[in-house]
Design a protein around this ligand. Sequence first.
Ligand SMILES: Nc1nc2c(ncn2[C@@H]2O[C@H](COP(=O)(O)OP(=O)(O)OP(=O)(O)O)[C@@H](O)[C@H]2O)c(=O)[nH]1
Length: 393
Amino acid sequence: MNDSTKPYQISAFSAEFTDPSEEQAFRAYIRPLAARSLRVALIVWGSLLLLFVGQDWLSLGWSDDFVTLLVCRVLQAGMLFIFVFMLGRKPQLVSSGRVVTVLEITGFFLFMPVYFLLPEVAAFTIGVIGLMLLSMFLFVPNRLLLTLLAAVTGVVLTLSCMAWNGRSVDILFGAFFILMLPVATGYFGAQQLQMVQRRQYAMFNQAKEANLALEEEVERRKLLEQELKRQATTDPLTGLFNRRQYEMLFRRERERCRRQGTAICVAMVDLDYFKALNDELGHDCGDMALKHVATLFTNQLREGDVVGRFGGEEFIILLPDTGPAEAERVIERLRQTLENTPVSLQGEPRRLTATFSISAVLDDETDISETLRRVDRGLYRGKRAGRNRVVMV
Ligand SMILES: Nc1nc2c(ncn2[C@@H]2O[C@H](COP(=O)(O)OP(=O)(O)OP(=O)(O)O)[C@@H](O)[C@H]2O)c(=O)[nH]1
C-alpha cells in the first residue's frame, strides 16, 4: 500500500486484495515461501501417485489395464516432478497459479481411468477424490478461485464417470453432496488462511510505512536542529563563527592549552579602506569581498584554528597551541595571501588588504575581551602606521 492511511480491502470471494497492484505486490512478497511450499506439496503428491502403482499391480496384475494405469500415473507424477524442477529455477511460476491449475485438472483426467479399470475399488475412490479436493485447497498454494475451478472440474468429471458407469441418479446426488463437503470445507479453510495472510501483510506494510515516515521525520528534525545550531553559532553572511561561538571556543581552547601547557594567540583583522570599496562598488560587492576574505582565511588556516566575524569588516582569529613567533609567521602569510589573491568584483579583479594585530593570551586572562582590548590597540597602531601590516602586541 502506498499510503499508510489508505484502508486495504480484501475480497471475501477470491480472498485477494481488491487493488490489483496491491495483490501483485503481495504475491511477489510471498513468492519464495509459496514456491517452497508448492514444491513440497507436489513432491508428496507425485510420490503418493507412484505408491498407487503397487495397489494397481495387486488388483490388476501384469495386464493391459495395469499398463494403462501405470502410464497415467507415471505421466502425471512426471509432470509434477518436472514442474517441481521448473519451480526451483523460476519461482515466479507460482504467482499466476495457471500451471498448478492445469496440473490439477490434468491430474483429475488422468485419475479417472480408475473408475473403469478398477470398478471394485470405485466405492472408496470417491473418498480418495474427496481427500484430493481437500488437500488441493489446504496444501497446494494457489489462487483460491483457480483452485475452486480445478475442484469443480474434478467433481464434474467424477460424477460424469459415475454416470457413465451407470450409477443411479440417487447415487449421483449422494456423491455430489459427499464431494461438495471437502470442496466447501477446503474453500472456506483456504479463504480464511489467505485472508489472514493478506491482513498480516497489509499490517506489516502499514507498520513499515509508519516506521519510514517516523525515520524521515527524525531525519528532518535532525537537519532542522543542525540548521538551527548553525544559525545560532555562525554569521549568516560569511558562515564564520559568530561572537557567542568564538567566545565559547576561546574559553574551551584557553582551558585546554593551559592544561597542556601550550600557548594560544589571538589575532584581530580589520580590512583596509573598506568604506571606500563599499562606496565605490556598492554594498553587495562589499558583501562579496567579506565572503572572499572569510573563505580565504578558513582555507589558509589549520583545522584547529578558529575564525570568527567580530562585526563589520573585522575578524577574529584564535590560534591554539601556537606561540607568538609562530603566530606572527602564520598571520604574515595570511596577510600576503590576502594581498596577492584579488577578488573579482563587477568583473574586475580587486586587491584587498587588511591590518592584523596579534597577541599571546596572558596567563591570567580567561576572558577574550581582556585580550581583545590589547589587540585592538595594536590594530590602531597598525592603521596609523600605514595599514596592510602585522602588529605584535
Ligand atoms: N558590505 C558590507 N559593508 C559593511 C558590513 N559591515 C560593515 N560594513 C562597512 O564597512 C565599512 C567600515 O568602514 P571603516 O570603519 O571606516 O573602515 P575602513 O573604511 O575599512 O577604513 P580603515 O579600517 O581605517 O582602513 C563601513 O562602510 C561599513 O558600512 C557588511 O556586512 N557588508
